[in-house]
Design a protein around this ligand. Structure first.
Ligand code: 13P
Length: 257
């Protein structure tokens, strides 16, 4: 008898606004995403949206009768104390945040975040009942095509291991594979590369007890998922979801793929 194929994971898609929008446009955006809640639910897809910290509370209010998950772009690793300017994971969870980005490439590059920070922040999320959305990816694109996949996997491996090192094996985690060179670009990384890398990363986490979904991010938009679906469970969108019609298109495509 042929082996029964492993059931595929429930798909997941979401978007981070980074620091692109001002306050009124963020609130309008959250309203527009809330309108996509039933489209996503009917397609059996989890949908999340990540505004800035300032709009977390009003966003939670707007999303409270929907199935859309509210996210945060970062968190501090401690729950309380003398950490001026930081945002507590306890407060985020109390505000209704369900998923927290950890170690985005921009945080690593511009703000010096290390794998050790990522480990502590991931633990802080789990401790407070939130899901860490751990961003990983290689910094540069290899010129030697035959080595690109192996090199990317080697670079991502310690990033993943660090993130998992301080959380229980049973904790739910989302990994966002975002090759740094594909973020803010005109098009996503090539499908062959992404599928090969994410399949290898999935093997690394296959023994985990906790649900571990893998997303692709980096100039993703309509048309991307279909090409990556053999490697990933969904997409982490940026600029190409600023128009929520594109987000809707992506959800529709994920339903059909
Ligand atoms: O960094 C990203 C998502 O976190 C991707 O951003 P872009 O899709 O705008 O490249």
């Amino acid at each position: 008898m042929p082996p029964v194929p492993a059931a595929r994971e429930k798909r997941l898609v979401g978007t981070s606004l980074k620091m692109y929008f001002d306050l009124p446009s963020t609130l309008r955006y959250i309203d527009a995403v809330s309108q996509l809640s039933s489209t996503a639910s009917n397609a059996n897809i989890d949908l999340f949206v990540i505004p800035d910290f300032i709009t977390a509370l009003p966003s939670a209010e707007k999303l409270k009768n929907t199935n859309v998950w509210l996210g945060a772009q970062d968190t501090y690793s401690e729950d309380k104390g003398a950490f001026t300017g930081e945002v507590s994971p306890l407060t985020l969870s109390q505000a209704g945040v369900r998923i927290v980005e950890i170690g985005h490439a921009e945080r690593r590059r511009l703000f010096g975040e290390t794998d050790a920070d990522v480990a502590k922040k991931s633990a802080a999320c789990v401790r407070n009942g939130m899901i860490p959305l751990v961003c990983i990816g290689e910094k540069s694109k290899s010129n030697i095509a035959s080595q690109a996949v192996g090199m990317a996997v080697e670079e991502c491996k310690p990033q993943i291991m660090a993130a998992l090192s301080e959380i229980p094996d049973s904790a739910e985690v989302v990994l966002a594979y975002e090759p740094v060179w594909a973020i803010g670009a005109s098009e996503p990384a090539g499908a062959d590369h992404v599928v090969a890398v994410t399949q290898a990363l999935r093997e690394l986490v296959a023994g985990r007890q906790g649900r571990t979904r893998i997303l692709y991010g980096g100039s993703a938009g309509p048309g991307t998922f279909q090409r990556l679906k053999d490697g990933v469970d969904g997409l982490f969108l940026g600029r190409f979801a600023h128009d929520t019609k594109n987000l809707e298109k992506v959800i529709e495509e994920m339903r059909e793929a």
